[in-house]
Design a protein around this ligand. Structure first.
Ligand code: SF4
Length: 328
């Protein structure tokens, strides 16, 4: 019987699920993904996790609880770096330990370290270790890895063409927009943008209001890197580079009518990067910019009011202004 691997629907699930799914399936494992986020999953995560953690980490705990009694393994990779010469938030490096500390009676945790900082071979090395849970044959594991990479490349190509990732990921059809008047860039961590419970369906609400959404995943990395290269100092956080380089590139684009930054309460990276982005883009162009903060107490009415006000303001400028500020 195939071994069941549980994948919590949180954090980098929203970026790497197509890769992980293909890899495990090629090795004969059965994938079980935790349910879509609900109030219960969020409440369970908040109760089980340490108070100081950010919202996405608390939520990840809830997804582990949702899975733990129905799988043979839980996949919680120890992500140190996913790109050359860069790090990601240290919470990812300690995630398997945090989860083990907070949640008892877990099934076996696959917590292999992924460190691609020095070489992309770091990812292959990690894949071989993970594959070792399911096969003794290195050649089969390499084949599974190559197929998973092919599948991931197709997924990222679809996103680059303007697909919001949850659509190709969940095989959902793209919705036709009624009228596509405004182009609004939405910047934030994948787990804030694509978890529809946490962000209270923000992207769908924008689309329903006739907004064409642009996210960082849709930008070419070469263009993002080129813009980030204009900074005085190299950004060594993977997300910081993408967010800052992407925001500068979007701010320069006259077709972009507004930028929304979505941040998590309790995120050190966001508190720094959102402020830096606002300062930097102000020097490029007077594009409307708004920060939305998500936490476990965020109310949908408050979120809707802010979104509606932002869309109204951006729409008003689109109709009535050319390129001067609200202060004249
Ligand atoms: S980057 Fe921020 S939101 Fe993401 S895990 Fe780290 S602290 Fe949490």
């Amino acid at each position: 019987m195939a071994k069941k691997v549980g994948i919590p629907r949180g954090l980098f699930y929203y970026q790497f699920y197509p890769l992980w799914k293909k890899f495990f399936e090629e090795l004969g494992a059965e994938i079980v993904v935790s349910d879509n986020t609900t109030k219960k999953i969020l409440d369970d995560g908040t109760k089980s996790c340490v108070d100081q953690a950010c919202l996405p980490v608390k939520l990840f705990h809830g997804h582990v609880l949702n899975l733990k009694d129905r799988v043979d393994y839980i996949f919680i990779p120890r992500l140190t770096s996913i790109s050359a010469k860069e790090y990601i938030c240290p919470k990812f490096g300690g995630l398997p330990d945090m989860v083990r500390h907070s949640i008892k009676d877990l099934p076996a945790v696959i917590d292999v370290e992924v460190n691609a900082r020095q070489s992309p071979k770091g990812a292959l090395k990690a894949a071989i270790q993970v594959g070792g849970y399911f096969s003794d044959n290195i050649s089969d594991i390499r084949k599974a890895y190559n197929k998973a990479m092919e599948s991931y490349t197709c997924f990222t190509a679809q996103v680059k063409q303007g697909e919001i990732p949850f659509r190709p990921m969940h095989k959902e059809q793209k919705k036709g927009l009624k009228s596509k008047k405004l182009n609004i860039a939405v910047i934030g961590h994948v787990y804030n943008l694509y978890d529809e419970y946490v962000n209270m369906n923000m992207l769908r609400k924008l689309e329903d209001s006739g907004v064409n959404i642009i996210t960082l995943d849709m930008l070419e990395s070469s263009v993002v890197n080129q813009h980030c290269g204009t900074l005085e100092k190299r950004m060594f956080w993977n997300f910081g580079r993408k967010a800052l380089g992407g925001a500068l590139c979007l701010a320069e684009d006259k077709n972009i009518d507004g930028i929304i930054y979505v941040m998590s309460f309790g995120c050190g990276v966001d508190s720094f990067v959102s402020d830096l982005i606002e300062r930097k883009i102000r020097r490029v162009r007077d594009v409307p910019f708004m920060v939305l903060t998500l936490d476990e107490h965020s109310g949908e009415a408050g979120m809707d009011t802010r979104l509606e006000a932002f869309i109204d303001m951006v729409g008003w400028r689109y109709k009535n202004e050319t390129d001067f500020s609200a202060h004249g």
